[in-house]
Design a protein around this ligand. Structure first.
Ligand SMILES: [Zn+2]
Length: 175
């Protein structure tokens, strides 16, 4: 993944030819004026796909970003093959290939070229994040937020007053 230590990632096609380069935003902010100047001199335009609206940190759309995943696998340059298995540490759900599950055991919620892939466990709602590094995959499982609106319901406990039964002390004195 891109970091301030490794601000450039080169992407190669299957035949080994360079096809793209990713820049860390910090590096891009430094290079941008120079790049724009060069582009301008050459009469080229910068294609920007910056989103107009700030994207929410938690996407709620149900559709899976399959195209992002396919883009990642197309430019896969890690030292191991593409991994399709997903496990949920929270509820124990597991699949050897999340894409083949119908219905999904794990829904893809995000994927990017840096190697970050996240899923949502359809059984318990936990979020599973797989971080792909050069040689290893780090997996994180975040339990679902416990937000059950039904817990707002009030309990009406019948406050039954224990009736002190009529004790037989009312002794009638008779002469
Ligand atoms: Zn789960």
């Amino acid at each position: 993944m891109l970091s301030s230590q490794q601000p450039i990632k080169l992407l190669y096609n299957e035949d080994g030819s360079l096809c793209a380069a990713l820049l860390h935003p910090d590096l891009w902010s430094i290079l941008q004026p120079e790049v724009l100047k060069i582009l301008n001199e050459k009469g080229l335009a910068l294609e920007s796909s910056a989103p107009q609206a700030p994207s929410s940190s938690r996407p709620t759309q149900r559709s899976e970003p399959i195209s992002d995943w396919e883009e990642l696998t197309a430019y896969w340059d890690f030292s191991y093959p593409v991994d399709y298995d997903v496990s949920c540490e929270h509820c124990g759900a597991h699949t050897d290939n999340w894409q083949q599950d119908n219905p999904r055991t794990f829904c893809l919620s995000a994927a990017n070229l840096g190697g970050l892939v996240s899923f949502e466990c359809q059984r318990c709602g936990a979020r599973i994040v797989k971080k792909h590094f050069e040689d290893v995959i780090a997996t994180e499982c975040t339990p679902p937020q416990q937000q059950d609106p039904r817990k707002m319901g009030k309990y009406s406990t019948p406050s039954g007053l224990a009736a002190n039964g009529s004790s037989p002390d009312a002794s009638a004195q008779e002469d």
